[in-house]
Design a protein around this ligand. Structure first.
Ligand code: PLP
Length: 425
């Protein structure tokens, strides 16, 4: 019985084994204390201590299909039985059809996909492609952003998670953010600052890399005209626009992708998380035909053993079909408006709720010590030093009440599975 507890230790056997033998991510190992999960269904999951939780963040903002998408589970099992893995030189139906599907659902003429196994790798590939295509090296990204944990992707990440990896890869430059609630810079002013940066850098910038709607750094939605103008600025300086859709993509915003909210097609787009509905590790980097054509005659010197892994691609294909067949994008838009209205009520009613913001089922609640001065409870430093902030305590209290909600940088992140109903909200 792997859920058994041993007298004198409240941890289950699984929890004790996990604590002893598994490195926890982003943590002081002394503080890692995982809870054993024994099952999940729809937007709920159960732990080994008899509690049921409602998943209000889709785990790491990735379980877009909830915890019982049988079609995806079946596709995984079927592919694993048919043939779990073949080297990239062999074509599989799952990979080919998923490539076609992504060309269909992504904006404009984005059409050729490099597959990988995570958002991090999708971003690494985007950086490499942009550098090879433009022949230039620098990448501009923004401070309030997260793009992954490997050397390149952590170097373009702007939040404090980058600090342990610094100085990182050469040629990365950070720009200010469109953070209307907490920045002294107006979002559109921050954009003109990027224009100025590009001018001062001369013709050395390969790409501007942004999350169209910032995720883990606090759900920052730019003004409507921001992303179209950013693309214009990038192109005026012969730089590419890369949209990192790892968190905002696949229906989270009530549109297929975050950039669809602003009607902008980037030159390169990265995807992961919702791409497989979190049923398999899968990342993707899609490019325009023009960029793809460049590599007809230039060596695309990049790849991983598991690039385009058939089982992961089968999960991705079934997940995208599920979004389509169950009209989950439209559903997310509808229940997302309801969620937005309820959060606005919360902002009016509670003095410690400074701001609620977001689109669709991609929302944030920023807490404040003083709503007039907009003073945060925690600071960025609190998040990288040992010690809890008020927002951690709020999330812990929610956990005690059976609500799982992620938080970062003074903000609770609301991103439930797209299948959630108004009554669950
Ligand atoms: N890009 C964005 C916008 C993300 O939110 C994340 C992860 O949270 C990543 C990239 C990295 O993805 P992964 O954790 O799958 O490597």
């Amino acid at each position: 019985d792997d859920t058994a507890t041993t007298a004198g230790d409240e941890r289950t056997d699984v929890e004790r084994l996990d604590k002893e033998y598994v490195f926890g991510t982003w943590s002081y190992q002394s503080e890692v204390d995982p809870t054993e999960i024994v099952g999940g269904e729809g937007v709920r999951f159960q732990d080994a201590h008899g509690s049921e939780w409602i998943d209000f963040s889709g785990q790491l903002m990735c379980s877009n299909l909830g915890h019982s998408a049988d079609g995806v589970a079946d596709a995984i099992a079927e592919q694993a039985r048919e043939g779990a893995y073949f080297a990239p030189g062999f074509a599989t139906e799952a990979r080919a059809k998923l490539g076609e599907k992504l060309a269909e659902v992504t904006p404009g003429d984005l059409s050729k996909t490099f597959f990988s196994t995570s958002g991090t790798e999708a971003v690494e590939a985007a950086i490499k492609i942009a550098r090879m295509y433009t022949g230039k090296q620098k990448i501009i990204s923004r401070y309030r952003s997260y793009h992954g944990a490997t050397a390149g992707s952590i170097s373009v990440t702007g939040d404090p998670r980058r600090l342990a990896g610094e100085p990182g890869i050469p040629g990365t430059i950070k720009a200010p953010d469109p953070y209307a609630y907490g920045s002294t810079l107006d979002p559109m002013e921050s954009l003109e600052y990027i224009d100025e940066m590009l001018m001062l850098e001369g013709d050395t910038v390969a790409a501007i890399l942004v999350e169209p709607i910032v995720g883990s750094n606090g759900i920052l939605v730019p003004p409507e005209e921001y992303l179209p103008r950013l693309k214009e600025i990038a192109h005026e300086h012969d730089a590419l626009l890369i949209c990192d859709e790892v968190m905002a993509g696949f229906g989270r915003t009530g549109e297929w992708f975050g950039c669809d909210v602003f009607d902008v097609q980037p030159d390169i787009m990265t995807m992961a998380k919702g791409l497989s509905g979190a049923y398999a590790p899968l990342g993707a980097t899609i490019v325009t035909p023009e960029i793809a054509d460049h590599f007809e005659d230039e060596l695309f010197c990049h790849g991983h053993t598991y690039a385009g892994h058939p089982v992961a691609c089968a999960a991705g294909l079934a997940a995208v079909e599920t979004y389509q067949e169950e009209n989950l994008i439209e559903h997310a838009s509808e229940v997302g408006s309801y969620l937005g209205d309820r959060l606005e009520e919360l902002a009016e009613a509670h003095p410690s709720v400074g701001d609620t913001r977001g689109v669709g089922l991609f929302r944030g609640i920023e807490l404040t010590r003083d709503p007039d001065e907009r003073v945060p409870f925690g600071t960025r430093d609190d998040k990288i030093s040992k010690g809890s902030t008020v927002v951690d305590e709020v999330a812990a209290a929610a956990s005690d009440g059976g609500v799982y909600v992620a938080n970062m940088i003074n903000t609770l992140i609301i991103a439930p599975p797209l299948t959630i109903t108004e009554s669950d909200i």
